[in-house]
Design a protein around this ligand. Sequence first.
Ligand SMILES: [Zn+2]
Length: 285
Amino acid sequence: MNWLTEFVLPKIRAAVTRREVPDNLWTKCPACGQMLFHRELEKNFEVCHACGHHMRIGADRRMRVLFDEGEFTPIELPKPPTDPLRFRDRKRYADRLKEPGGRPDAIQVAHGRIGGHAAVAAVFEFGFMGGSMGMAVGEAIVAAARLAVLQKAALIVVPASGGARMQEGLLSLMQMPRTTIAVDEVKEAGLPYIVILTDPTTGGVTASFAMLGDVTIAEPGAVIGFAGARVIEETIREKLPDGFQRAEYLLEHGMVDMVVRRHELRETLARVISLLTEPVVKSAA
Ligand SMILES: [Zn+2]
């Protein structure tokens, strides 16, 4: 350490390396191409002002959108064995799991209030391996369902998932019956189970708990399906109709009960929960 390394070098470095300018101040809408200022976008629930396109949002942001005053208490989730099959594709699965920014897995569970009603929410994190469902996600949904029963709360599940997680093979497929039984426990306890389908909800997630809600809500434009449209087209050798597998198409065909803008999601949930839990209307007589 001397005058050179402590004083001169940092100055030279500062002069040479450009100061980092945040390059994420603007986001381009993937639907209409409009450039959107990040603060405006955040204020508008990550929905494009120009065309109404609903961007994908992370689990944390989603929780803030759902719960009253954006307040919620996350719960610690069970930690099932990681990489039981010692799976390796281009990378080792164990290494892949460590990648996405310290998040434990593709789901978060929290409890709080929605319109004053007790609620437990299990929200997928699409950014973590495409929101794929392995043992950790299955365990989290079981934990969320049991917590809802314990707290006599509504269970809200918000999938954003490419389906089952290949790297766990059969063990990930087993989460389909497990999550189905878990949400059944909520129904047997007479508590509301509401699903909010977001973009995208596909594969084994669609084929299990995601289609079992007492009420199924979807976000505008969300892709919801089992197999991808291209795979279906190639199999049946037919052109699929416009808007196939989109929330609005599924609403028309009775697979979805409501398509709700993100701005109205919380009040819609509050209304649905109150209809399902306080169904008795006092008559004037
Ligand atoms: Zn747009």
